[in-house]
Design a protein around this ligand. Structure first.
Ligand SMILES: *Cc1c(COP(=O)(O)O)cnc(C)c1O
Length: 389
């Protein structure tokens, strides 16, 4: 398979995977062994201990690398495990520029874990490349970009960030969890490394926590393999199998997520109880033009600010029946959540409000259920929100 030129949907199903040579099994076996036989000391078949490497993980890593057009894929036990391992490449005195509405857990790694080690981070709105360039200091080593951002779905210009990274010799890391490689390819736009929470769209069924780093930089990949082996944020073979299985339908799932999200975003925009809809596919979205250039489609996530603040938002989230009130995103089932109380509770209130995460904000992960059922469910939410106000 590796030698046959193939398009994205074919890679989703085949990349990194060959029928098992020992049995002919068409699907990748789950190799649970923690240790591997050596004919003599040091004479093994490429695997010695499963923290360092595992055949099921290797298959997943081959597939992940192919989907991002990368030379290397490294699978982790969680998205945060991937993020923190990448950031362990930094040292005391280094500085990082980070988008101001990154995933709450990413903010927490910078603010609560790395800061005490003397790694500094500046959180900023990366909408203006000129401002980002100005903010680079002599000790800045990395740009950390998440686009579309979470939960405000701001769009940042990856190619412009790559230009700055090149000029200033910085590593550009892009969290591509929201877009997925179906919709956006940061490495092709000049990023050094892509980070994913495979927990989300890549696995797509809300039954695995996992992460990944993809890069074509050999030295960085070697360093990441070393750090992963040293620190240990590895995924289980079973979870690797589950993500491989989920990836097979990534293309078809994303097309349906986008189709329903586009239609619901337009519906929400015209709804009388809605103050603001944040969806990069809407012409009213400040990042619309950039998203049209940088992404193949605007994705499956919508944030919506409804009238009536917390009381209305709570009533809405209690009333919906198809959308499930839960954290996370990217599964086949639709989810709805309240960022201020749920996913972004670890971000201080002032910081939340500065980026627009108010008490009436609801984030929707549009699943692939029937589109009409989803629309009826939103109506159920709005009726309850009105009654509560
Ligand atoms: C969920 C998420 C993460 C963290 O991933 P985990 O698998 O939960 O550790 C990082 N970035 C983004 C954008 C996410 O949505």
């Amino acid at each position: 398979m590796a030698s046959v030129p193939a398009k994205f949907d074919t890679l989703c199903i085949h990349a990194g995977q060959e029928p098992d040579p020992s049995s002919g099994a068409v699907m990748t076996p789950i190799v649970l062994a923690s240790t591997f036989v050596q004919d003599g000391p040091g004479a093994h078949k490429g695997y010695d201990y499963s923290r360092a490497g595992n055949p099921t993980r290797t298959a997943l890593e081959g597939c992940l690398a192919a989907l991002e057009g990368a030379k290397h894929g490294i699978a982790f036990g969680s998205g945060c495990g991937a993020t923190s391992t990448l950031l362990l490449g930094l040292k005391t005195g280094d500085h990082v520029l980070v988008g101001d509405d990154v995933y709450g857990g990413t903010f927490r790694i910078f603010d609560r874990v790395l800061k005490p080690f003397g790694v500094e981070a500046t959180f900023m709105d990366m909408s203006s490349p000129a401002k980002v360039r100005e903010a680079v200091r002599p000790n800045t080593k990395m740009l950390w970009v998440e686009t579309p951002s979470n939960p405000m779905l701001k769009i940042f210009d990856i190619a412009a960030m790559a230009q700055i990274a090149k000029e200033k010799s910085l590593l550009l890391a892009v969290d591509n969890t929201f877009a997925t490689p179906v919709l956006q390819n940061p490495l092709a736009l000049g990023a050094t490394a892509v980070v994913h929470s495979t927990t989300k769209y890549l696995n797509g069924h809300s039954d695995v926590v996992g992460g990944a780093i993809m890069t074509s930089d050999d030295a960085l990949a070697e360093r990441m393999h070393f750090l992963q082996k040293a620190v240990g944020a590895v995924p289980s073979p079973f979870d690797c199998y589950m993500v491989l299985r989920g990836l097979k339908t990534l293309g078809v799932r994303m097309r349906q997520h986008v189709k329903s999200a586009e239609s619901l975003a337009h519906y929400l925009e015209s709804h009388p109880q809605v103050k603001n809809v944040y969806y990069p596919g809407l012409v009213s979205h400040p990042g619309h033009a950039l998203a049209s250039k940088q992404m193949r489609a605007p994705g499956g996530m919508i944030s919506v600010e409804i009238d009536g603040g917390l009381v209305a938002a709570s009533a809405f989230l209690r009333a919906v029946r198809v959308f499930v009130c839960a954290e996370s995103l990217g599964g086949v089932e639709s989810l709805a959540e309240h960022p201020a109380i749920m996913t972004h509770a670890s971000v201080p209130k002032e910081a939340r409000e500065a980026v627009g995460i108010g008490d009436g904000l609801i984030r929707l992960s549009v699943g692939i259920e029937d589109e009409g059922d989803l629309r009826d469910d939103l109506d159920r939410g709005f009726a309850a929100a009105k009654a509560a106000g």
